[in-house]
Design a binder for this molecule. Sequence first.
Ligand SMILES: NC(=O)c1ccc[n+]([C@@H]2O[C@H](COP(=O)([O-])OP(=O)(O)OC[C@H]3O[C@@H](n4cnc5c(N)ncnc54)[C@H](OP(=O)(O)O)[C@@H]3O)[C@@H](O)[C@H]2O)c1
Length: 385
Amino acid sequence: MNPLRIALLGTGLLGHSIAERLLLGNNPLYVYNRSRSKAEDLVSLGATLCNSPAEAIKAAEGIFLVLTDAKATAEVLALAEEKTSFRGKTFFQVGTISPDETLELDRQITQRGGYFVALPVLGSKNEAKKGTLLLMFGASEELYHKWHDFLSQLGQVFFVADPKKAAALKLALNQLIISSIIGFSLSFSLILKEEIHPELFMSILRKSALYCSTFDKKLPRLLKKDYSSANFTLELLLKDLRLCLEELEKLSIESAPLKTSKTIIEQALKRGYGDKDYSALFEVVFAPHPMNEKSPEIIVEKNPSPSKLTELGVAHWPLWEKDISSFDWHYEEKESCYILEGEAIIYVENKEPLKINKGQLVMFPAGLSCRWEITSKIKKHYRIG
Ligand SMILES: NC(=O)c1ccc[n+]([C@@H]2O[C@H](COP(=O)([O-])OP(=O)(O)OC[C@H]3O[C@@H](n4cnc5c(N)ncnc54)[C@H](OP(=O)(O)O)[C@@H]3O)[C@@H](O)[C@H]2O)c1
């Protein structure tokens, strides 16, 4: 049998690890990432780096979509749709999106002659690299038989059939990620504040039916307060929580515990942990009102080099413009922008006002609340996330 030609769009934390795993097999792999630099190292492992989503889709018969959310996925596919046909190609939606978003994506891809497979996964970077992900396959039995052996190199494939149910399964499982880390953080905070030795607590817990292996996976991070090199970021956990909340409310399931978790995650984002490992939630549970915690900083680069702008793909970011005006704004997610025209003053509580203007690259951190005063019509390219 000829090897299957595969494309992978989105080499972030998960996509990059899936690509690494796929490159251990014989299937040619075409990768695309908006920020090219995050995919470049895959070339030395055997991948072909594409300049556009269309180029990758054109080359492949199976396409993995491993992008932040439904909006990012739609944007990437929109870049490709006029430049290449989707006919006969199979699209695997790996990123976590809601059941309704899954149905919509299925409709759009099918309408263009492609096959759609909802393929949410449980597991993270390490499981992807080891081939031990749990994959929930939402599409027909025929497609399942065609792709089962190939997908098995990534882990165990569960046949769900209905794409919407595959998406709902993933939300149900991610809800458990949220409640288990918050539950563990509550108990572990109590242990530390009562000055009980953590190892005594863990020894009892490990012997009990309450134990879950995530506790030991996250324990070193909690003890060292090291949430760097995230496996799964808090920003994405909040995205999944919102999807889950929407679903619970639609189904009239009590959502109060999840709403409380949402408040805790939002506090963690305000404290600058958005791009950190999700176990950083422990910091908010352990110390809900930290003393002298610094609010996140706005970073301004006055004269970014043309090569940096090209590498970031600034020219392809969406445009935003606004006339002289003032308004309050809260950044739920990190936002980068490149000012093409105009000037504004940004006011943040307890900080000096900051003037931003033409030619500057500005990074607003997740969790920042500020007031914008546009003093001369602003036009900017921007990127969220
Ligand atoms: N990490 C995990 O353990 C894990 C596990 C299961 C499921 N998931 C799900 O898988 C998806 C990816 O997660 P991740 O952890 O890999 O996230 P990530 O590291 O933040 O990567 C996100 C990817 O999406 C791309 N992207 C975002 N917005 C875009 C846009 N508008 N246009 C083009 N590309 C865009 C990013 O490109 P840039 O590099 O240019 O920003 C990057 O390649 C998410 O839905 C997540 O919930 C993750």
